[in-house]
Write a protein that binds this ligand. Structure first.
Ligand code: PLP
Length: 454
């Protein structure tokens, strides 16, 4: 087995020996040395039906027996048509067509270009619209366009001179750190909406394609849900200025939040464009997507009739077959209801066990998508410096005896550089017994980690 120095892989850390996974069985991954790890984060909130589901394997093989690849420049397939139809229908009339790519970053790139093309082709056209307003400390992907959209300082830092200048940013919606004392939810929402309105005016509202946000912020902040009314208020500002409202549901979508789409939890917050990813295919194949509303699609239909964009592997039939089967399982096994039910249980148990811990600043989330933010001091909520690697230290300890649990670590939570959180995003089919095991194991892990630092 190659070591860090002999490996031919450009790993995330070139000097680290990565634990090697040899198998996956349901909610567990098995490492080379025999450790059985409960996958409480589904990787990066991806493995929503667990690992090794025979039904998905069968669907993949059946598709491979029909056609393994075709170019969607010339052809379509039943599975591509069916998947897009299901995704569109899941929005109850909000969306008109879907576009399937391989990753969330690609989905964001496509969303940006779709928005730009909308303004070139609508009647009358508005060719000056080429700007985007996104949010601070956000993450929308790692390709140059999607990284430009993101506002995560640490992830942008080395590439800053190469990033697009057509993106500006407003505040995130993060009550734990940013809501003023004595401010009500509706006052906080009004303040954020006013800031967005001012940003439209500052950059010139007639130059803006869209405002872009994650309804529940995943990796950048650690499962921070929108404050009630926030999405609706931000959409109203977009409407006022004739701009599109784009929601990135790559991490929080497809049932993860307890509803099929997270935006369904705020009335009147229908997006014009939406991106999807992780739980679309549950990790069985690389697949992500973009949904476009009637407004956007009809402009293109009446305009050039073509979306000027494309990838060799878009609408890949094997990936579509896997996603169709994953979605069928979610539907037939009533898993979104389980996400909502088990999510309530998980949240209650995490809060019971961990709220009083001196280094736990906040526990927040929705459905089976929970973040725990760590602080040096509970009275000031001072974050840990990123150099200490707190979140990654907790995740690494989690893989060892007696915990054997995988949680997803991230840093930059407080200001894009400092601050740490872990994400707990177990499979949708988790049982109450496993919820209890996850909560008690995470509690023990956090207690032991901070005790060992003293
Ligand atoms: N958008 C959000 C909200 C994400 O969380 C991610 C990945 O974590 C992406 C976009 C990018 O997706 P991918 O890593 O599949 O390119």
């Amino acid at each position: 087995m190659p070591s860090a120095t002999t490996s031919a892989v450009v790993h995330r850390n070139l000097d680290a020996d990565f634990p090697r996974i040899v198998n996956g069985e349901g909610s567990y991954v098995i490492l080379e040395d025999g450790r059985r790890i409960f996958d409480a984060s589904g990787g990066a909130a991806v493995a929503c039906i667990g690992h090794g589901d025979a039904r998905v394997h069968a669907a993949i093989v059946a598709q491979l027996n029909q056609i393994s690849y075709c170019s969607t420049i010339f052809y379509t397939t039943d599975v591509y048509e069916k998947l897009c139809r299901e995704l569109v229908d899941s929005t109850h009339g909000v969306m008109k067509r879907a576009y399937i790519v391989n990753s969330g970053s690609e989905a964001m790139e496509a969303a940006m270009k779709l928005a730009r093309q909308y303004y070139l082709e609508k009647s009358p056209p508005e060719p000056n619209r080429m700007r985007f307003i996104a949010r601070q400390h956000s993450y929308h992907g790692t390709t140059l366009g999607s990284l430009s959209m993101g506002g995560h300082a640490m992830r942008r830092a080395k590439f800053e001179p190469m990033l697009l200048s057509c993106v500006s940013r407003v505040s995130r919606c993060f009550p734990f750190r940013d809501k003023h004392e004595h401010e009500t939810d509706s006052q906080y929402v009004a303040r954020l909406a006013d800031e967005l309105d001012q940003e439209f005016q500052r950059v010139g509202a007639e130059t803006v394609c869209a405002f872009v946000a994650e309804p529940i912020v995943g990796a950048a902040l650690g499962c921070v849900p929108f404050v009630p009314g926030y999405l609706k208020a931000m959409k109203a500002v977009c409407d006022k200025h004739g701009a599109l409202f784009i929601l990135d549901e790559v991490m929080c979508g497809m049932g993860r939040s307890g509803t099929y789409h997270a935006w369904e939890q705020d009335d009147g917050a229908d997006p014009d464009i939406q991106t999807l990813g992780k739980c679309l295919g549950g990790g069985y194949q690389p697949i992500a997507g973009v949904l476009a509303s009637k407004r956007v699609i009809e402009a293109l239909e009446k305009g050039t009739g073509a979306f000027v964009h494309g990838h060799t592997y878009q609408g890949h039939p094997v990936a579509c077959a896997a996603a169709l089967e994953v979605q069928k399982i979610i539907r037939e096994d009533n898993l979104i209801q389980n996400v909502a039910d088990m999510g309530r249980l998980l949240s209650a148990r995490l809060k019971d066990l961990l709220t009083s811990h001196p280094n736990v600043g906040d526990i927040r989330g929705s459905g089976l998508f929970w973040g725990i933010e760590f602080v040096t001091d509970k009275t000031t909520n001072e974050p840990f410096p990123s150099s200490l690697g707190v979140a990654h230290g907790i995740a690494e300890l989690g893989l060892t005896k007696p915990y054997y649990i995988a949680v997803y670590p991230s840093s930059g939570t407080a200001d894009g550089v400092n601050g740490d959180h872990i994400i707990i995003s177990p499979p949708y089919n988790i049982s109450p017994t496993d919820v209890e095991m996850v909560a008690t194991t995470v509690h023990r892990l956090v207690v032991d980690y901070f005790a060992s630092r003293k």
